[in-house]
Design a protein around this ligand. Structure first.
Ligand code: HEM
Length: 508
């Protein structure tokens, strides 16, 4: 008994001494400052509170401890970068050593992490996959191809048609006809653009609907703080069941991808003309060992690559359009301005073309301002592959490096004029874009791992938003005051209460 008490009191003494002297110990090791850590859980209590999602909790820590903060989440050492300057260090100056990925256990579902561009470390396989997708889908030459541009404009027209159908149904009933659930209307069109860009096939309505449900659930499940991420030693136990839930969702998505691959194999075997798309390019490489790493393009690699594009691209783009509509509904002056610009530029034309976008500066400012206030990927997840120095602090190898994109895009030092306010006018005459060179506006990240789909996302965002706005009048449902702007945290930051708005035809 005495021995037992001695052990307990020694342990308590060690914990207490470490707790009290932690700032001194950290300073000696030149780690960035941060909150005191509790035994075992570290700072999990600082970020795990209800109604205080991680991007907001990190922002509060930055306000208190500085724009580069040290924390420990369970067994994982991490730092959080929360300013333009620290983001520039992580995503530009030191990016060569900080472009690793802090693993999330959910990505291990069905072995996805081994074939996912998003999850793979920045070595030959992920670089080769990025290059392949860039060449076959996102390169300017591919995006400009008449067939793919027509596909995007087609889907935008389809969106306007779906909204018109609601208008034709008139107002009344329960839920009232004429009310549009914005994300439900936008998702199938965005998913269809991606599907056509990758597989050169139409996406049928039933698959689009199911994919919508799968993506909505997957981004929440995969993004929810998970014990396995913070205590890798017990990850195999999958205590919260996150990996099991993800396995069902990934399994379903692999199923629809497999059907596309199979269909193409049969067509190729039957001698049908090539489509010369990403799927054809991947099948051409099939079975061959690639480069010195010797990875092989096979069914698993194709599943991983296609799933990343479909899931990463559809949820984030749809949510951005939904946030933009929510902000415009709350800011009628901006809504009026953007609709007037559309009317002026399009004249009597009912549909928007991609070539119109460059003539619509206010629409572009609305998209930028939406991405600034609601970056749908709120936190960038990097990992130190070597020990580096940032602003005189030491970031040891293996540290998870979070870039709080959400916080950076709202920091007052970068946006003097009321940074919390939706104000597209702030971009007038200001040469700030989201292409990863202005570190105060990095909704797509920056550096080696900048969003692969950026060039396509940019086109879809403007086209879909313009199609919703041109020729329609949008209001909130009767009796509703303001929009519920609460966030649903996940891999994608979406609206917790899906936006519903009433639509009528507008004279153009
Ligand atoms: C509004 C739309 C979108 C936003 C806000 C967005 C944002 C982001 C961000 C912040 C990252 C992480 C960058 C980093 O780690 O530094 C990312 C990565 C990625 N995005 Fe997007 N994205 C969007 C649309 C798309 C689309 C349409 C696609 C594909 C069709 C796509 C595919 C990817 C992929 C594959 C990665 C992983 C890149 C890598 O790890 O190397 N995204 N995106």
């Amino acid at each position: 008994m005495a021995f037992f008490l001695l052990c307990i009191s020694s342990l308590l003494l060690i914990f207490l001494t470490t707790y009290i002297f932690q700032p001194l110990i950290d300073a000696r090791r030149r780690l960035p400052p941060g909150p005191r850590r509790l035994p075992v859980i570290g700072n999990l209590h600082n970020i795990g509170r209800k109604n205080n999602p991680p991007h907001r909790a990190f922002a509060a820590l930055a306000d208190r401890y500085g724009l580069l903060v040290s924390i420990r989440l369970g067994g994982v050492r991490a730092v959080v970068a929360s300013s333009r300057a620290t983001a520039m260090e992580v995503l530009h100056r030191r990016n060569g050593d900080l472009a690793g990925r802090g693993g999330m256990d959910a990505w291990h579902a069905c072995g996805h992490h081994a074939h996912s561009i998003i999850a793979l470390p920045p070595r030959r396989k992920s670089r080769a996959m990025r290059k392949l997708c860039a060449e076959e889908v996102f390169a300017p030459r591919r995006l400009a191809a008449a067939e793919l541009r027509a596909a995007r404009e087609d889907e935008a027209r389809e969106l306007a048609r779906a909204v018109s159908d609601e208008v034709a149904a008139g107002i009344g009933g329960s839920p009232p006809a004429g009310t549009v659930a914005v994300a439900c209307a936008v998702f199938p069109r965005v998913a269809s653009v991606l599907w056509r860009s990758v597989f050169s096939e139409e996406l049928d309505a039933a698959t689009a609907r199911e994919l919508g449900e799968v993506v909505r659930e997957a981004v929440v499940v995969a993004g929810t703080p998970n014990l396995s991420d913070f205590f890798p030693a017990i990850a195999a136990a999958d205590v919260l069941g996150v990996r099991r839930r993800m396995e069902k969702l990934v399994g379903w998505t692999y199923g629809v991808i497999d059907r596309q691959i199979e269909l193409r194999r049969r067509r190729r075997a039957a001698g049908e003309p090539r489509k010369n798309d990403l799927l054809d390019a991947a099948l051409d490489m099939e079975g061959e060992a690639q480069g010195e790493e010797g990875w092989v393009m096979n069914q698993d690699a194709m599943r991983g690559m296609f799933m990343d594009l479909l899931v990463a691209g559809s949820g984030s783009t749809t949510s951005t359009v939904e946030w933009a509509m929510a902000e415009l509904l709350q800011n009628p002056g901006c809504m009026e301005k953007v609709q007037e610009e559309l009317k002026r530029v399009l004249g009597a034309r009912t549909h928007v073309a991609e070539s119109d976008i460059s003539h619509l500066p206010y629409l572009q400012a609305v998209v930028k301002e939406t991405l600034r206030l609601h970056p749908t990927v709120p936190i960038g997840l990097n990992k130190a592959e070597a020990t580096v120095e940032i602003q005189g602090y030491r970031i040891p190898k293996g540290t998870t490096v979070y870039v709080n994109i959400w916080d950076i895009c709202r920091r007052a030092n970068a946006w003097e004029d009321d940074p919390e306010k939706f104000m597209p006018e702030r971009f007038a005459g200001r040469d700030v874009g989201f292409l990863g060179t202005n570190f105060e506006l990095i909704p797509f990240g920056a550096g080696r791992r900048i969003c692969l789909g950026l060039p396509l996302a940019e086109r879809m965002l403007h086209l879909m938003l313009a199609s919703l706005l041109h020729g329609f009048e949008w209001t909130l449902p009767d009796g509703q005051v303001g929009v519920d702007m609460a966030e649903q945290f996940g891999l994608v930051l979406s609206m917790a209460t899906p936006l519903r708005a009433v639509v009528k035809a507008k004279q153009i």
